[in-house]
Design a protein around this ligand. Structure first.
Ligand SMILES: C[S@@+](CC[C@H](N)C(=O)[O-])C[C@H]1O[C@@H](n2cnc3c(N)ncnc32)[C@H](O)[C@@H]1O
Length: 294
């Protein structure tokens, strides 16, 4: 079998089973198995595949056709240009979250350009660590804490930080909400992509998400808003004067989230859209002084 035959067969098989971007996914599986850049492989489509390569590829196409995510099969994904390893213990980082990380490092670099001491970030619900790692890589003055209720996720995140050269600037701890953060810690920015899917909608998600992302990373409670109530209620005590919160939220949650933060005395600085023009990110500042919030 030649590369061209494999691509034709695999694309047709995956497409027939409802997998999106079947041709691209087939090319990425090929790149993974042959360990050569995709574009080079596409220029050599008449190359014969060895028996071992074919066997390996057929196995991976079978896994993908069972709707196992490509990122789990490959074991990694790309986030803000960085390689982030993933497993079934962590949410696969989503492209829209790259914008959240970018807003965070740009905000910190801009607001504190003259500060010589470290800029401090808390990543709430770090998962694979993608957000705090991307911020630390792009803003060398950042020292971060990253928390997650899942110890397995913390281990994946810590390994990702090491691989991306920022392990020394991110402190990872397992924590249910803010409960295990040492008293007295205060941050310039708290960033979060919390679980925000309404509990009752999880069963209706695509199989790749429903059956492979950890439910603890998806489930935002009855209306999807539990974690925004938690953050709005408790994050203020962990902010330095002038600090703020940046959070990603789901489709149609804009108005409810504004209301939650306003009820907890936050000032909404702005709501930013994702690349599709859908409101997706909240940037809020406590409107009371830190003294009043504690
Ligand atoms: C939507 S995922 C985001 C992961 C990662 N930050 C990203 O953007 O890809 C939400 C994360 O929140 C974590 N989480 C869920 N409940 C939590 C809790 N009570 N306290 C802290 N983290 C929690 C989950 O384990 C999961 O890793």
């Amino acid at each position: 079998m030649k590369i061209t035959d494999f691509l034709q067969w695999s694309s047709a098989r995956l497409e027939e089973l409802g997998v999106e971007s079947a041709r691209l996914q087939s090319e990425l599986l090929l790149e993974h198995v042959l360990k050569e850049p995709r574009l080079e492989l596409l220029l050599n489509q008449n190359r014969d595949l060895t028996d071992n390569e074919q066997k390996h590829l057929f196995g991976l196409v079978e896994r993908r056709s069972q709707r196992e995510p490509l990122q789990h099969i490959i074991g990694a994904t790309c986030f803000c240009g960085l390689e982030i390893r993933v497993s079934s213990s962590v949410l696969i980082p989503r492209p829209e979250t790259e914008l959240l990380a970018e807003f965070a490092w740009k905000h910190l670099s801009r607001e504190y350009s003259s500060r010589n001491s470290p800029l401090t970030l808390l990543d709430f619900g770090t998962g694979s660590g993608c957000v705090s790692i991307a911020v630390a890589v792009n803003c060398r003055k950042v020292h971060a804490w990253a928390i997650d209720v899942s110890q397995e996720a913390i281990e994946v995140a810590r390994a990702n930080a090491e691989c991306n050269g920022v392990g020394g600037r991110i402190q990872f701890i397992q924590s249910n909400g803010f409960s295990s953060l040492p008293n007295g810690l205060q941050f310039d920015l708290i960033v979060s992509n919390p679980p925000y899917v309404p509990h009752g909608e999880i069963q209706g998600l695509e199989p790749e998400v429903r059956d492979h992302d950890p439910h603890v990373a998806l489930d935002g409670g009855f209306d999807g808003l539990d974690f925004f109530r938690l953050i709005a209620g408790e994050a203020g005590a962990f902010l330095r004067s002038g600090g703020g919160v940046m959070a990603e939220f789901g489709d149609g949650q804009n108005a409810a989230i504004r209301e939650i933060f306003e009820q907890h005395q936050w000032k909404i600085d702005c709501i930013e859209e994702d690349l599709n023009g859908t409101p997706r990110f909240l940037i809020a500042l406590p409107s009371k002084s830190l003294k009043d919030l504690r």
